[in-house]
Design a protein around this ligand. Structure first.
Ligand code: SF4
Ligand code: SF4
Length: 403
């Protein structure tokens, strides 16, 4: 980015280079929320509701989940009280930022009698507060899928264009996190306007702030801040770096795209199908799953008609419906489709993996199916096959073509 002066609101003459990290206090974070709102942003951030960390509109910094952490594992998610007042001391909840950029349901058009009514695009300026590295990478992947190509999704593109991203460097990975092994975290990559790293110690509760864009620099210029000392920068970088060593899981280091290409007939798919409920939770919570379908609603008089777009899941039988029937009728074929697209053919379509390692699909799968464990099993099977070991003994041979 170009260098820009940032004025310390507490000292009007103390301009600093925009790429020098600065320090905000805990009160400064509350002030940040106020400044964003007064600048016309709808601030979306984490708060506590229904015994979970949820993302919703914040009207003040008091709503942030101060002192709450999360314990998560396959099929499990629990809030717990922390021994400090950290506001970003929790890993991901069930929602991702996708919910706001690419909402679960959006009206497309309606008919009132014989009058066609196009849905007016709502100009929205969101400020996302507390975006983890994995979710920042997910927003970038959605940008490629929905915002790129010859026909970008106009509603997504408008919301993305008005978006201000305030990332949070992760110092508290959860039990299902594996962003380090996907190369997407724990330090936020490109795409943020501001990035905060929360630190609490004998010197107090503060945030090291990295400025990523001119828009971020302007916001910081409206807040009381000071230049970070070298030791504060080192301490924050080390805390985020240490998080990479404390991930609850990791994806095996192998060419997963090639592994999935080789595994079309694996007995694993039938094994997963014995456990998978085809509920689609994994696709709903995934920050990069983007598929939609359209639905028409008509009132009983036939006068009012509305067409809307809603999220769809490749675990629905209708998802693969083609003139006369569904292509993927078995759970085995639907799980294979999901994981093969997410980790394999996404590379061919969009130039990267479709997984950012957030772990949501593991925590929110009601039967605890773990994407990292299934890939590990596939890799072990392949290694056994190459070594001449009979892998069917442990998993059982596929009984039928999993379509
Ligand atoms: S596949 Fe699972 S771990 Fe990967 S991005 Fe989606 S929800 Fe997160
Ligand atoms: S893997 Fe889990 S979350 Fe996904 S469809 Fe199967 S049971 Fe549901």
């Amino acid at each position: 980015m170009e260098k820009a002066g940032i004025e310390n609101a507490g000292n009007e003459n103390a301009a600093i280079e925009s790429d020098a990290p600065v320090i905000l206090t805990r009160a400064g974070l509350d002030e940040l929320v106020e400044v964003l709102i007064s600048s016309g942003y709808r601030v979306i951030g984490p708060t506590v509701r229904d015994n979970a960390i949820v993302l919703e509109e914040l009207l003040s910094g008091d709503q942030l989940p101060s002192g709450w952490g999360v314990d998560s594992g396959p099929g499990s998610y629990r809030l717990r009280r922390r021994s400090d007042a950290a506001v970003f001391g929790h890993s991901a909840g069930s929602q991702s930022w996708k919910e706001f950029l690419h909402p679960p349901r959006q009206p497309l058009w309606s008919m009132d009698g014989d009058q066609f009514v196009a849905s007016a695009p709502v100009p929205v300026r969101y400020a996302f507060l507390g975006v983890r590295a994995c979710d920042l990478a997910a927003i970038s992947k959605l940008g490629v899928v929905l915002g790129g190509g010859a026909r970008p999704d106009g509603a997504f593109a408008r919301r993305r264009a008005g978006l201000l991203v305030i990332a949070a460097g992760c110092t508290e990975p959860g039990g299902v996190c594996f962003c380090a092994s996907m190369g997407t975290g724990p330090a936020p990559g490109p795409g943020y306007d501001l990035s905060l790293t929360e630190r609490i110690d004998a010197s107090g509760h503060r945030f090291l702030v990295d400025v990523g864009t001119e828009a971020g620099a302007r916001i910081i210029g409206l807040l009381a801040h000071r230049v970070a000392t070298e030791s504060e920068v080192t301490d924050a970088r080390e805390a985020v770096g240490a998080a990479a060593q404390r991930m609850g899981r990791q994806m095996p280091i192998t060419d997963i795209r090639a592994l999935l290409q080789q595994s079309r007939e694996s007995p694993l798919w039938e094994d997963v199908a014995q456990r998978c409920l085809t509920c689609g939770n994994c696709t709903m919570v995934c920050p990069t799953c983007f598929c939609t379908t359209t639905e028409d609603l008509t009132d009983l008089t036939g006068e009012q008609v509305e067409r809307s777009e809603r999220w769809a899941s490749c675990f629905e039988t209708d998802f693969s419906y083609l003139h006369g029937g569904s292509v993927r009728t078995s759970g085995a074929s639907r799980y294979r489709q999901w994981i093969t697209h997410k980790l394999g053919t996404w590379h061919d379509q969009f130039g990267s993996s479709g997984c950012v390692g957030c772990g949501r699909c593991i925590a929110w799968c009601p039967v605890g199916i773990d994407i990292t464990a299934e890939i590990t099993t596939l890799a072990d099977q392949r290694d056994d096959l190459e070594a001449g070991v009979d892998v069917l003994g442990s998993l059982g041979a596929p009984t039928e073509d999993p379509r």
